[in-house]
Write a protein that binds this ligand. Structure first.
Ligand code: UGA
Length: 423
C-alpha cells in the first residue's frame, strides 16, 4: 500500500519505517527540513535501538522523507497523522499541529479521489470527530463518502519501540466507516495480535486509559514502597509476591522515583483536564500525579538524613534520562533532583550513557564525567536516577549509594553502603 506519515517524531518515524519494513511504500513528511534531510541521509533524528539499521534497510527500498505534504498525500492511499500534542500549563493538550495538518490534507483532498486519514497522535476523546469537520471544510468533500477517517492509537515504549511495533499486544481501529476499517485492517495484515474495532472516542479513550492505568500501577507501588520503607519491609519482595497473582502481573511494579517521559505525565494530566471539563473530578488520577510529583522529594530526604548539610558535598548523579535505552530527558525525575540539589549548593558531577548532550544544554555550567566510574571517584554520595543496567557494574567502594530507580533490584551485588528510595 502507498502510505504517507505526517510527523517524524518517535511515533511517526517508527510507524513509517516499520510499515516500510512490512513491504509498504512509505513517505514521511515533516515541516522541519533538518529532520527531513537527516532521515534522507540515513541518520534518524531520534535515538531508538535498531532504528538506524532499519532505516538504512528500508531506504534501499524507496522509503523517504519530504517536507512536501501535498505530493506525499497525492501519491498515497492513506495518511497517518503523527504530529505532537504538547501540554498547556493547565494540562490540556494543544491541538494546533494536528489541526494544521488536517487543514493541509483537506486542501489536497480537493484534487484527489478516495483517501484515508488516520489520527495516530494521542488526542483526547472528541478530537478525531473535530478533525472530520476540518477535513470536510477544507476539501469540500464529505466523510465517509469521499474520504475515510480513523483513530489508531499507538502503544510504543521508547527504548523498545521497534519491538513493540512489530509485536503489538493489540491494534485498535476506531472508525464509524467499514471501508476505512477494512483498509486499515489490510494494512496491519500479518501482525499477530487481536484487532479491536471501536468508534472514534473509544479508540481515543483506550489510549488514555491504558497509560493512566500503567501510571496508576506505578504510583500505587511507590505508595506501598513509601509505607514499606517506614516499616523496614523490602518493597521489591512485596512487589514480587503481589505480581505473581496473574490478575495483577509482575510488570510496572518496580518502585522508585516515579514516572517521567513525554507520555505518562502529559497523558494523565490531559485525561484529568478532560474529565474535569466533562463535570467529573477524577480523584484517582489526581492522587497518581500527586504521589509521582512527591517521589523525588523522598530521595532528597534520605540524602539529607545521611549527609546532613549538602552544601559543598560532592554528589555523583548516575542517570539523566527518564528511563534506560533512550536519550530522552523529557520530564525526567533527574532534572527535578538536579535543580533541588543546586538550590542546596551541592557540588554535582553527572553521568549518563546517552542523556548528557540534552542535559548539557539545560545545565552547561555543571560537571560531566566521562564514565560512571569517573563520576563516583571522590564523591560523598552517589544517586542512581535511571535504571541503566550497566550501573550495576560500577565499583562503588565504600561510598553511600542511594538507588532511586531500582538498579539493584535484588539483594545480591548491592554496593556495601547502599540504600533504596523505598526498599
Ligand atoms: C509509555 C507506555 O508504556 C507506552 O505504551 C505508550 O505508547 C507511551 O508511553 C506513549 O504514550 O507514547 P514510555 O513513556 O516510553 O511508554 O515509557 P515506559 O516504559 O512506560 O516508562 C515510563 C516511566 O515509568 C519511566 O520513567 C520508567 O522509568 C517508569 N517505570 C516503568 C517505573 O518507574 N517502574 C516500572 O516498573 C516501569
Amino acid at each position: 500500500m502507498n502510505v504517507s506519515v505526517s510527523g517524524t517524531g518517535y511515533v511517526g518515524l517508527i510507524q513509517g519505517v516499520g510499515l516500510a519494513k512490512k513491504g509498504h511504500s512509505v513517505t514521511c513528511v515533516d515541516i522541519d527540513r533538518a529532520k527531513v534531510e537527516s532521515i534522507n541521509a540515513g541518520v534518524p533524528p531520534i535515538y531508538e535501538d535498531g532504528l538506524k539499521e532499519l532505516l538504512a534497510e528500508v531506504r534501499k527500498n524507496g522509503f523517504k522523507a519530504t517536507d512536501d505534504i501535498r505530493q506525499a498525500v497525492l501519491n498515497s492511499d492513506i495518511t497517518f497523522v503523527c504530529v505532537g500534542t504538547p501540554s498547556s500549563r493547565h494540562g490540556e493538550i494543544k491541538l494546533h499541529q494536528v489541526r494544521q495538518v488536517a487543514r493541509e490534507i483537506g486542501e489536497v483532498l480537493r484534487e484527489k479521489d478516495y483517501h484515508v486519514v488516520v489520527i495516530k497522535s494521542t488526542v483526547v476523546p472528541g478530537t478525531t470527530e473535530g478533525m472530520i469537520e476540518l477535513l470536510e471544510e477544507h476539501s469540500g468533500k464529505s466523510y465517509p463518502k469521499d474520504f475515510g477517517v480513523a483513530m489508531n492509537p499507538e502503544f510504543l515504549r521508547e527504548g523498545s519501540a521497534l519491538d513493540d511495533f512489530f509485536s503489538p499486544d493489540r491494534v485498535v481501529i476506531g472508525s464509524t466507516d467499514k471501508r476505512t476499517r477494512d483498509l486499515i485492517r489490510k494494512l496491519y495484515e500479518g501482525f499477530d495480535c487481536e484487532v479491536v474495532e471501536t468508534n472514534f472516542r473509544e479508540a481515543e479513550m483506550i489510549k488514555y486509559a491504558s497509560n493512566a492505568l500503567l501510571a496508576t500501577k506505578l504510583s500505587f507501588i511507590n505508595e506501598v514502597g513509601n509505607v514499606c520503607k517506614r516499616m523496614g519491609i523490602d518493597t521489591n519482595v512485596v512487589a514480587k509476591g503481589v505480581g505473581l497473582d496473574h490478575r495483577i502481573g509482575p510488570k510496572f511494579l518496580r518502585a522508585g522515583l516515579g514516572f517521567g517521559g513525554s507520555c505518562f505525565p502529559k497523558d494523565v494530566s490531559a485525561l484529568m483536564h478532560k474529565a474535569t471539563e466533562s463535570g467529573y473530578y477524577p480523584r484517582v488520577l489526581r492522587a497518581v500525579l500527586d504521589v509521582n510529583r512527591d517521589q523525588p522529594g523522598k530521595l532528597l530526604y534520605l540524602l539529607d538524613n545521611k549527609l546532613g548539610s549538602l552544601s559543598g558535598k560532592r554528589i555523583a548523579i548516575l542517570g539523566l534520562t527518564f528511563k534506560e535505552n533512550t536519550d530522552d530527558v523529557r520530564e525526567s525525575p533527574s532534572l527535578t533532583i538536579i535543580k533541588d540539589l543546586l538550590m542546596e549548593h551541592a557540588d554535582l558531577v553527572l553521568f549518563d550513557p546517552m542523556g548528557m548532550p540534552a542535559v548539557m544544554q539545560l545545565f552547561p555550567q555543571l560537571q560531566y564525567a566521562q564514565s560512571a566510574q569517573h563520576a563516583v571517584h571522590g564523591a560523598d554520595a552517589v544517586l542512581l536516577l535511571t535504571e541503566w543496567p550497566q550501573f550495576q557494574d560500577v565499583d562503588y567502594g565504600d561510598v553511600y549509594v542511594l538507588d532511586g530507580k531500582n538498579v539493584f533490584n535484588t539483594k545480591d551485588r548491592r554496593p556495601k553502603n547502599y540504600e533504596g528510595i523505598c526498599w
